[in-house]
Design a protein around this ligand. Structure first.
Ligand code: COA
Ligand code: ZN
Length: 314
């Protein structure tokens, strides 16, 4: 019997940011808006919508301002990723609620991703924090490569602790422990989360997981068991970091909703509507998405047994 006390989880959809940033072919702005509005209609209460980044670095997200302008947000919180001050200044001029800054635990990945040393990035986050506070926006910080880095390999949790300690004085709303290239395993997730929660009892943590090695949902469950309530996921399981070798999709939104709801853990998201949105996304992108529940349907789905068919399965 699993020791799960939680009755509810809070899932942020990151399709518009982590999902789309990995798509090579241009997705027209109206299609991006329609997909995210569709996701919001399923009951998702927070989305990481896009990034205010250099259009040379991530051309797919060069329409960030227009996308924010087209969202029918209702009471859904809109977060956007920014890599620097310039991004923060652009973001606060739009109708967003939260800013997600990013820094990597691995200095090598940080340089590849935002072209800064960790010291420079901490300075930058301090400036982003000031801009966010001046405009009444929450600031969250994504800690990329928390569970290992494709350049630097695995490292002890104390390396993550050291970085968080340097950021705590900024009064950050929450830290997203991010498994950028799916290197984490469930035991490691449980241990890192327990360690960091007890090292920083005042801080709020969420998990941002990728399914690169098929451990995404298992890692999510390990996170729930260690007391995490907030997770990121992307429709159809798309996404990945363009600046990390071997990066593939986020943990799949509808697969995670399915898992949680089957376990009696409430997500507040309408799964059947969400499966419909995943199928729409597949036809927009024009290739088979990694999501599984969109192909098989819910586990409670039953079929009419035809008399003449003899099962040959074992
Ligand atoms: N939004 C739009 N344009 C930006 C920008 C932003 N946030 N930040 C910089 N730029 C523009 C500059 O104006 C400049 O334009 P120009 O060449 O026309 O003069 C150009 O980008 C280079 O600016 P610079 O400050 O020298 O940045 P850089 O070349 O060192 O790149 C980043 C640094 C962080 C801006 C860039 O690498 C980036 O946007 N990376 C994206 C990271 C990301 O999204 N990772 C995945 C998610 S974790
Ligand atoms: Zn990611």
């Amino acid at each position: 019997m699993l020791d799960i006390q939680k009755q509810k989880v809070f899932i942020t959809d990151v399709t518009g940011r982590d999902g789309f940033q990995m798509e090579k072919d241009w997705i027209p702005t109206e299609q991006k808006i329609a997909i995210i509005n569709g996701i919001i209609r399923t009951g998702v209460k927070r989305v990481e919508l896009t990034s205010f980044v250099s259009p040379k670095a991530v051309p797919q997200l060069k329409d960030a301002k227009e996308v924010v302008g087209g969202i029918e947000k209702g009471d859904t919180q809109i977060a956007v990723l920014v890599p620097n001050k310039k991004g923060a200044e652009m973001a606060v001029e739009t109708e967003i609620d939260e800013i997600n800054a990013v820094i990597s635990v691995s200095e090598t990945h940080n340089k590849k991703n935002v072209r800064k040393t960790l010291d420079q990035s901490i300075q930058e986050i301090s400036s982003i924090n000031r801009i966010a506070k001046e405009h009444g926006k929450k600031l969250n910080v994504g800690l990329a490569t928390t569970f290992g880095c494709p350049f630097e390999g695995l490292y002890p949790v104390q390396k993550v602790e050291e970085l968080i300690r340097r950021l705590t004085e900024l009064e950050i709303n929450s830290f997203a422990l991010s498994d950028t290239t799916g290197m984490a395993n469930p035991q490691q997730v449980f241990y890192f989360v327990e360690y960091l929660k007890s090292a920083f009892p005042e801080e709020t943590f969420s998990l941002h997981l990728h399914n690169t090695r098929g451990m995404g949902l298992s890692n999510m469950l390990a996170g729930v068991q260690a007391g995490i309530e907030a997770f990121d996921a992307a429709l159809g399981g798309i996404g990945g970091c363009p600046f990390a070798p071997g990066a593939t999709g986020n943990v799949c939104l509808e697969d995670s909703v399915h898992m949680f709801e089957q376990m009696g853990i409430i997500t507040g998201i309408d799964l059947e509507l969400l499966i419909g949105e995943a199928k729409n996304l597949e036809s927009v992108l024009g290739y088979t998405l990694p999501g599984q529940v969109m192909k098989s349907g819910q586990s409670t789905k039953t079929y009419q047994a035809r008399k003449e068919s003899v099962s040959k399965c074992h």
